[in-house]
Design a protein around this ligand. Structure first.
Ligand SMILES: *[C@@H]1O[C@H](CO)[C@@H](O)[C@H](O)[C@H]1NC(C)=O
Ligand SMILES: *[C@@H]1O[C@H](CO)[C@@H](O)[C@H](O)[C@H]1NC(C)=O
Ligand SMILES: *[C@@H]1O[C@H](CO)[C@@H](O)[C@H](O)[C@H]1NC(C)=O
Ligand SMILES: *[C@@H]1O[C@H](CO)[C@@H](O)[C@H](O)[C@H]1NC(C)=O
Ligand SMILES: *[C@@H]1O[C@H](CO)[C@@H](O)[C@H](O)[C@H]1NC(C)=O
Ligand SMILES: *[C@@H]1O[C@H](CO)[C@@H](O)[C@H](O)[C@H]1NC(C)=O
Ligand SMILES: *[C@@H]1O[C@H](CO)[C@@H](O)[C@H](O)[C@H]1NC(C)=O
Ligand SMILES: *[C@@H]1O[C@H](CO)[C@@H](O)[C@H](O)[C@H]1NC(C)=O
Ligand SMILES: *[C@@H]1O[C@H](CO)[C@@H](O)[C@H](O)[C@H]1NC(C)=O
Length: 398
């Protein structure tokens, strides 16, 4: 049994620690929204309870900050909801979560949570939200215009859902956005020109949707962009030369669209580019010699277009090139012997073009070459015996 003296001391200590905690809350709370009032806490607690998402775990809302996947700030207001720590799926509508009740929510990750229905427009009331992940669910309906109000949002991931309609114009107001991931979302309509205002954007992935219209030239304003993926849509028109402003771009994926006209000469300004994938469009004109400035390029895919003219000799400057895929175009002339200086080249596909003349003997110097396809051209003369000296060649078609 503890003596009365010890009991009094521990009572005093716990009183002190409560006082300290209260003091800490009031000094750390900078704005009125972070100061959790009893009514805000009750509102959050009731909104969580109403989802039923935790009912198999607990209905005791006084412990909600310890429920799996929930985090609170020091004032006891909910800041994170993260499925990663929830071991079950919920199966039901997203709308059951009342977004009007969480002014301090910073992080909402409901990836593969089994939710369906639409994203309610009240999501625009999550004024503290920075991270939103609703990917791999069964969401339908229009994309909420109100997300554009969330000027603190840094990352949005909506991969693999089945929305209707197009990207709202208002999304151009998301000043803090760095990552917009919307692969396979069933999005239609044009890319809003206002996206060019989201200048902190580093990653933009709209691939595998039903997007139509042209690439807005305003996207040249995305000077921090590193990854641009528009693969597999119905985007038409020209590749805007303003994209040459994207000096940090390392991946440019515009393949499987309806793009036409030439590859702009200005593309040679994209000096950070390591992957340029323009396959399966209707691009014509010749391959601009300016690509020789892209010294970090490791993958260049221009196959299945309408490109003509020669393979530019300057391609020899692309010393990092490991994949060069130019198949199914109308490229003519000789295979430049300078190709043989590309010592990292592993995949070389030049098939189904109008290339003529002999296969350069020097190609035997391509020591890293594993896959070579020169078939379906107008090449003449013998296969150089030295190609057999590419010691690890796995596949060869002529
Ligand atoms: C929470 O309440 C629901 C509905 O009343 C009930 O089905 C569930 O068993 C309760 N959960 C716990 C952990 O008591
Ligand atoms: C959402 O999922 C639930 C549970 O599987 C189902 O009962 C409901 O019909 C679905 N609603 C929609 C709009 O798909
Ligand atoms: C959501 O919460 C707000 C604020 O508490 C309330 O006014 C509103 O009625 C709630 N909506 C629903 C659908 O429960
Ligand atoms: C969901 O997306 C957010 C924001 O992009 C990201 O931080 C998080 O890691 C993603 N979660 C999962 C499970 O992929
Ligand atoms: C957004 O971009 C459009 C066109 O690019 C421009 O007219 C508008 O002023 C910009 N808005 C803001 C708030 O920067
Ligand atoms: C490209 O950059 C230049 C200079 O940095 C700027 O004046 C121009 O407006 C930019 N173009 C686009 C489309 O943003
Ligand atoms: C290239 O395509 C554009 C747009 O489709 C067309 O106007 C132009 O005539 C074509 N040029 C050549 C040389 O085929
Ligand atoms: C390569 O870049 C330089 C500037 O560094 C520029 O003068 C030149 O025109 C570019 N070459 C091509 C082929 O675009
Ligand atoms: C192939 O390589 C061997 C040894 O590496 C060399 O002796 C031979 O001359 C080479 N053949 C040709 C055709 O270059």
């Amino acid at each position: 049994m503890a003596s009365p003296v010890v009991w009094i001391i521990s009572l005093v200590l716990s009183y002190v620690s409560i006082a300290l905690r209260v003091g800490f809350v009031s000094t750390s709370a900078t704005g009125s929204t972070t100061l959790a009032t009893a009514s805000l806490q009750d509102m959050e607690a009731n909104a969580l309870l109403r989802t039923g998402w935790w009912s198999r775990y607990s209905n005791d809302t006084s412990k909600r900050c310890k429920w799996p996947g929930i985090s609170c700030n020091k004032a006891g207001s909910v800041t994170r909801i993260d499925q990663q720590y929830i071991t079950w799926k919920v199966l039901g509508k997203l709308e059951i979560l009342n977004f009007s009740c969480f002014p301090n929510l910073v992080y909402l990750d409901l990836t593969a949570f089994g939710i369906n229905g639409s994203i309610p427009s009240q999501i625009g009331e999550l004024s503290s939200l920075e991270y939103l992940n609703l990917s791999h669910n069964f969401l339908t309906g229009e994309l909420p215009q109100s997300l554009g109000k969330l000027t603190r949002l840094k990352e949005i991931n909506l991969f693999y859902n089945s929305f209707e309609g197009s990207i709202p114009i208002d999304w151009g107001n998301m000043k803090s956005l760095m990552s917009l991931q919307m692969r396979s979302c069933n999005i239609r309509g044009p890319i809003p020109y206002t996206l060019g205002n989201v200048t902190l954007l580093k990653q933009l992935d709209l691939s595998h949707n039903l997007i139509t219209g042209a690439i807005p030239p305003t996207l040249g304003g995305l000077i921090n962009l590193e990854i641009l993926r528009f693969t597999s849509n119905q985007i038409n028109g020209l590749i805007p030369s303003s994209l040459s402003n994207l000096s940090r771009l390392s991946q440019l994926y515009l393949d499987s669209n309806l793009l036409e006209g030439p590859i702009p000469r200005e593309i040679g300004n994209l000096r950070s580019l390591s992957e340029m994938i323009l396959s399966q469009n209707k691009l014509n004109g010749s391959i601009p010699s300016s690509i020789s400035n892209l010294s970090r390029l490791s993958s260049l895919y221009l196959d299945s277009n309408l490109l003509h003219g020669p393979i530019p000799r300057e391609i020899e400057n692309l010393k990092s090139l490991s994949e060069l895929i130019l198949s199914r175009n109308k490229l003519g002339g000789l295979i430049p012997s300078s190709l043989s200086t590309l010592s990292s080249l592993c995949w070389l596909y030049l098939n189904s073009n109008l290339l003529e003349g002999p296969i350069p003997q020097e190609m035997g110097n391509l020591k890293a070459l594993r896959y070579l396809d020169l078939s379906n051209n107008k090449l003449i003369g013998p296969i150089p015996s030295r190609i057999g000296n590419c010691s690890i060649l796995e596949e060869f078609s002529e």
